[in-house]
Design a protein around this ligand. Structure first.
Ligand SMILES: [Ca+2]
Ligand SMILES: [Ca+2]
Ligand SMILES: [Ca+2]
Length: 620
């Protein structure tokens, strides 16, 4: 409008003071059967004193609130029930001028095909979009963010994208995957990140955890339309989609850092803020003072990631509305929420209440990166904590079990660690909803544990697919990819790029060792798919010593026996199987065909376990 104003009036007075709008958040909203009141945020300049006229027939704007420097304007916009989809404009006017910005009411997505959550019936697969498959070389080095692409550099963009994931849906389906978790796809900085360094070099935000626009899609991966297309294609393959969201902090280059929508939008400013203290135990300490908690709740990660203030109602509302927008606009089925402990629990309650009210089947898993189940369990919803807050989080990742899996299967430590973790399930409102895993993008790969072999990894997978919870595979672990600490654990999947010398997405591009592991994981997924007890059954611990561990999964009249042995020698083990209901004379066969069949005799099975063995016994 500034330019038009210039032509019409030619007066500096007019143009310097007229309102400008550079951003509308949310940029659109879905039509719904219920009226919805949005809290709109306009970004621009000279917004003080403006009148806002929403689109066409929409009701008048209410509760206007402008930031001290006139560059942000909040207002309520009510979308009536069953409003007709279409484009329109939001007009802002003041005596100094007027301007407008586009807004749109869009049609809703189909409820049956979308928003379906995830459960222990699913097999989750974690993908870093930049590192999985490059389906569209035209977005490898976009003009807007030129120079961040270099496959030779571990912390630069490598070219993976939504189109690549979409092309590999048949591979995932064949493996037995039913849900994919994508690391964040928010728009990240279009420039080198000079505030973090690796090997003394500036790096990029290829990982997605540095949002600069909560309503934007990273251009290296695609755009909103290609994301929507990926979700819809995944659903066609019977694969759900879990989005990674980050409500604790923005990236170091978010424009809010230098110009926040409110003075207390963040906990402090770029030059004056608390550094993260990592004293997470204080969060479940009834004796901790508020001042002591603040270092953990308000601190800036790495001293550079701007920590959002969810106690500001405008900030909280912005974040919740943003989550609802992503769900409604893309059709995703679940959310993985980053760094859950570092945000006030009362915010999670509001956030999960909004999600579950709008989408009852939708599921959320929170990252609570801690070895102690008394800490991780504190954040799963379903009951109030000592602070009277029920977070409402459906699930948390089972980091305690991850550590025990590595301890036993990779480092050949004691099996009692596995049994102890399962024993602490009494702390969780619902242990069946834990997401279990043996690796992910923040820890070194299983095979990088000293001495760990492909056979060790195979046994760990057998455990993962038979234990309670929701199994998750980190991309590439199914073919035994190697990689040390971040970023080495995020290598490109071989064959995801046209120029790759081999294609491990196809069996003839995999080595014999890789095929053996891949076939094993695919077999496990099939066994689990056809076994209700493995997916949903009660877990009954039966036997444990340093070398050997056995448990049953029981559902209705069906039962399965899982046995793990890590001794270097053959050992015959007598396992009591009466309590899970294996009757005398029952003939048990290993679904993996590795161990001999056994019969139940006087309430026991005696299994001659070879060195380093795993079995899933079913009644035959
Ligand atoms: Ca690409
Ligand atoms: Ca970007
Ligand atoms: Ca925080």
């Amino acid at each position: 409008m500034k330019i038009a104003c210039l032509f019409l009036a030619g007066a500096i007075l007019c143009c310097a003071d007229g309102p400008e709008i550079t951003k509308v958040e949310p940029p659109d909203w879905v039509a719904a059967s219920q009226p919805t009141t949005l809290r709109m945020l306009l970004t621009g300049s000279n917004l003080a004193g403006v009148q806002v006229k929403p689109c066409g027939s929409l009701p008048a704007a209410a509760n206007l609130s402008v930031s001290a420097n006139s560059s942000y304007l909040f207002f309520d916009l009510t979308i009536p029930a069953r409003v007709r989809p279409g484009k329109c404009a939001i007009e802002a006017s003041s005596p100094a001028g007027r301007t407008s910005a586009p807004f749109e009411i869009v049609p809703p997505l189909n409820r049956q095909q979308n928003f379906n959550g995830f459960s222990s019936d699913d097999v989750i697969y974690l993908i870093m979009p930049d590192r999985f498959a490059n389906g569209d070389p035209s977005n490898d080095d976009p003009a807007v963010s030129h120079g961040l692409f270099d496959r030779a550099k571990a912390r630069y963009y490598h070219g993976g994208d939504f189109a690549g994931i979409e092309q590999r849906l048949p591979y995932l389906k064949d493996l037995g995957v039913t849900a994919i978790w994508l690391t964040p796809i928010y728009d990240n900085a279009n420039r080198l990140n000079e505030r973090e360094r690796y090997a003394n070099q500036a790096i990029t935000d290829y990982h997605g955890y540095g949002a600069v626009d909560y309503y934007g899609v990273e251009e290296h991966f695609g755009n909103l339309e290609s994301l929507r297309h990926l979700v819809s294609e995944a659903h066609r393959f019977g694969i759900k989609v879990i989005q990674d969201q980050v409500a604790n902090h923005t990236g170091p280059y978010h424009p809010w850092l230098r110009n926040p929508p409110a003075a207390d939008w963040f906990h402090g400013t770029e030059s004056e803020h608390p550094n993260e203290t990592w004293q997470t135990w204080t969060l479940l300490d009834p004796h901790a003072s508020k001042a002591m908690l603040r270092g953990t709740l308000d601190g800036w990660f790495l001293n550079i990631l701007p920590d959002l203030n969810q106690d500001n109602p405008e900030t909280a509302r912005y974040l919740i509305q943003n989550t609802m927008w992503w769900i409604a606009r893309t059709g995703i089925d679940g959310i993985r929420q980053d760094t859950v402990p570092y945000v006030p629990r009362a915010f999670w309650r509001k956030w999960t209440n909004a999600i579950h009210a709008g989408y009852p089947q939708f599921r959320v898993v929170g990252e609570v990166f801690d070895q102690d189940p008394s800490f991780t369990s504190f954040f799963q919803g379903g009951r109030k904590g000592f602070d009277e807050v029920d977070t409402g989080l459906d699930s948390v990742f089972d980091f305690p079990l991850y550590y025990a899996i590595r301890h036993f299967f990779a480092r050949h430590g004691s099996a009692t660690e596995l049994s102890k973790v399962a024993a602490h399930d009494s702390l969780y409102p619902d242990p069946a909803r834990l997401v279990s895993f043996l690796g992910l993008h923040d820890v070194s790969r299983f095979l990088n544990e000293p001495g760990a072999t492909n056979d060790d990894l195979a046994r760990a997978f057998t455990f993962l697919f038979s234990v309670r919870g929701m199994p998750m595979i980190y991309y590439g672990d199914e073919i035994g990819m190697h990689g040390g600490d971040d970023p080495d654990n995020r290598r490109d999947f071989p064959g995801g790029w046209r120029e790759d010398t081999r294609n491990a997405f196809e069996s003839n591009g995999r080595t014999a060792e890789e095929n053996k592991l891949f076939d094993h994981v695919r077999h496990l997924a099939a066994i689990r798919r056809h076994s209700a007890p493995l997916r949903q059954g009660t877990m009954i611990q039966l036997f444990c010593n340093d070398h050997t561990y056995a448990f049953a999964r029981v559902l209705g009249g069906q039962r399965v026996l899982a046995v793990f042995h890590d001794g270097p020698d053959q050992e015959s083990v007598r396992i009591p199987v009466h309590s899970p209901g294996f009757g005398d004379g029952a003939h048990l066969t290993d679904a993996l065909s590795g161990l001999p069949s056994v019969d139940v005799d006087k309430g026991f099975v005696e299994i001659p376990l070879p060195a380093r063995a795993a079995a899933i016994y079913q009644i035959n």
